[in-house]
Design a protein around this ligand. Structure first.
Ligand code: CTP
Ligand code: CA
Length: 224
């Protein structure tokens, strides 16, 4: 399998991309989140827009400028991200789930700031968030070509292959985040791209360069 770079002209295609962390409120001043920087998703959005595609970027809270030519929708929680994703998916040809969605949210968000009690322990009840990419991939009408990411610290390829099948995705980018040099919150990344019938390793490189290769590869498979 060869990569045809530079990316073909993607005019006429609509990409919807989720990026960054989600933020799940505990009370008015506290939340649960993760270390996702959003850089990979933003790099993908920039690459797709540069190639001429229409791009909707659904972004969790990150400190990044909106890439040129990209239509950005800001959200906080996974539930908000799901609503924005479903609204955009209707017209999307390709959906890329790059966000690090919080798997759980607090069952009941306190309306007032929680006060420190006399107890030495505090239990928060968490409930599972909706799986955004699986929901998009399960759409009966206007289902976009759906690409996920799998951030893993062990059994990277096995877990990613399981996610490809369980979430009914078209492709998945397996991301080994066990080291600190690549992936989460870093400038560089490397992924193994997996689809039904093939795999391709894209070596460690700057996220923007990797994003251009990924957009080329995803578009080839979409158009095939
Ligand atoms: N994802 C999603 N909605 C969720 C959780 C994950 O859309 N509630 C998407 C991510 O954006 C990514 C893919 O699913 O594209 C895989 O995310 P990951 O966290 O690796 O998988 P999980 O299914 O949450 O499994 P786990 O965290 O237990 O490995
Ligand atoms: Ca998860």
């Amino acid at each position: 399998e060869r990569l045809f770079t530079p990316v073909k002209n993607l005019q006429g295609l609509h990409f919807t991309i989720t990026a960054g962390p989600t933020r799940e409120a505990i009370d008015p001043v506290r939340y649960i989140s993760n270390h996702s920087s959003g850089k990979m998703g933003y790099a993908l959005a920039a690459a797709a827009a540069k190639a001429g595609a229409r791009v909707t970027l659904i972004s969790g809270p990150v400190q990044l400028p909106t890439p040129a030519g990209v239509d950005r929708i800001d959200v906080l929680s996974a539930e908000q991200m799901l609503q924005a994703a479903l609204a955009a998916a209707v017209t999307a040809d390709i959906f890329i789930g790059c966000a690090a969605v919080a798997d759980y949210r607090v069952a009941e968000i306190a309306t007032d700031k929680l006060k420190k009690g006399s107890e030495n322990e505090l239990q928060l009840k968490l409930v599972k968030n909706p799986d955004i990419i699986a929901t998009v991939a399960a759409l009966q009408q206007q289902r976009p070509f759906t690409v996920g990411f799998a951030a893993e610290t062990r059994n990277v390829l096995d877990y990613a292959r399981q996610k490809l099948l369980n979430k009914r995705l078209d492709m998945i980018c397996a991301n080994d985040v066990s080291g600190s040099q690549i992936g989460f919150n870093s400038e560089q990344n490397a992924v193994s791209v997996i689809w039904r019938g093939g795999e391709l390793d894209l070596p460690v490189q700057a996220k923007q360069q990797l994003a251009e290769q990924l957009i080329a590869l995803i578009s080839q498979h979409y158009q095939a």
